[in-house]
Design a protein around this ligand. Structure first.
Ligand code: GRG
Ligand code: MG
Length: 323
């Protein structure tokens, strides 16, 4: 029964869906983390990459004093009460004049859990491209440019990497289409699909307090967790049950993203694929010993789940984080 529940939860996360967060298995020491609130203790940014069939990129010319006249991808801060997709559509409309639909999440970048940017590949669905006649506080105009010949000055060069990521995705999609799932969450947290692989067998770490479940780690908003970035919360949870000094932990990327944005539910849950391996070479058939009672390894016996996991691991078929 427990294994059936776990198999369902894992299947749902692998399908990019996930489920609401009931409780956290690891949290920073001290006070429980305060609920996150946009504009108060977190800032989320959305950004869209549009690539036309002619290999052109949609850029906007910034109107803000500090970067006026420079070019950038349509992007901006999310407002309270919006879903991630609504924020993306609003920013694209305000800055470029176009209606759009996101195709897939392309990348998530963070500078600590309080600053998170969601990067989408998107397609226009209507509207009229903003010209310099419609210049306002949101932007001066929008225009399509050949991908290999972008205008200058750019507001920042970080977009070159994002445009490249979009072009690569168009050429060969490394991961399935992934869109945010509208599920409430009070914190910035991560649900781990932490795997240990030997030959063709995969084990997944599970939380055992209550019904067995994929473990969730809460990110703190204090200065130490800010500096450490979101990887710190992953390592904290693993540190609580494994002896890390003889292990190599790699965060492969995202299988999904959960957020609601309504009813003061401004938290996010990133469903993250993680690998745990022994540092020393040699064949280790069994996963590393778990300390304490709160976690254990689950050997994935369901053939379909096992092959999905192996395929996602071998192909790095995940949305990159901070890359
Ligand atoms: C925000 C995160 C996690 C990463 C930023 C990645 C970097 C370093 C970008 C280069 C520098 C840069 C352009 C920083 C601006 C980040 C920011 C606050 C964007 C908000 O978008 P705006 O376009 O300024 O907001 P509005 O459109 O809402 O005015
Ligand atoms: Mg902007």
């Amino acid at each position: 029964m427990a294994s059936e529940g776990l198999a369902g939860a894992l299947a749902s996360v692998l399908a990019g869906q996930g489920s609401s967060v009931q409780s956290c298995d690891s949290a920073p020491a001290g006070e429980p983390p305060a609920p996150v609130r946009l504009r108060k203790n977190v800032c989320y940014v959305v950004l869209a990459v549009f690539l036309s069939e002619q290999d052109e990129v949609l850029l906007i010319q910034e109107a803000k004093r500090e970067c006026r006249g420079s070019w950038y991808l349509p992007a901006g801060r999310m407002e309270p009460g919006e879903t991630i997709v609504e924020a993306l559509q609003r920013e694209v409309k305000e800055e470029a004049g176009l209606h759009c639909e996101p195709e897939t999440l392309l990348s998530v970048e963070e500078r600590g859990p309080s600053w998170v940017r969601f990067v989408f590949l998107a397609r226009p669905t209507g509207g009229i491209l903003k010209t310099s006649k419609e210049a306002d506080v949101e932007s001066l105009q929008a225009a399509w440019y050949p991908r290999t010949s972008l205008p200058t000055p750019l507001r920042a060069h970080d977009i070159l990497h994002l445009v490249e990521l979009a072009a690569q995705y168009r050429q060969q999609a490394r991961h399935p289409l992934i869109l945010p799932q509208e599920l409430p969450c009070d914190l910035v947290c991560q649900r781990l699909v932490a795997t240990f692989t030997s030959a063709q067998t995969v084990w997944v770490l599970v939380g055992t307090v209550g019904m067995p479940h994929l473990p969730v780690t809460a990110c703190g908003l204090d200065p130490m967790e800010q500096r450490g970035g979101m990887k710190m919360a992953v390592l904290r949870l693993l540190q609580e049950c494994l002896t890390l000094h003889h292990l190599v932990v790699e965060i492969k990327g995202l299988l999904g993203l959960q957020h609601l944005g309504r009813d003061h539910s401004d938290g996010i849950c990133l469903n993250v694929l993680v690998t745990v391996a022994f540092r020393s070479p040699g064949i280790q058939d069994e996963p590393p010993k778990v300390r304490g009672e709160n976690f254990s390894w689950w050997k994935v016996m369901e053939e379909d789940l096992q092959s999905q996991l192996l395929q996602r691991l071998q192909g790095s078929s995940v949305v990159p984080v901070n890359r």
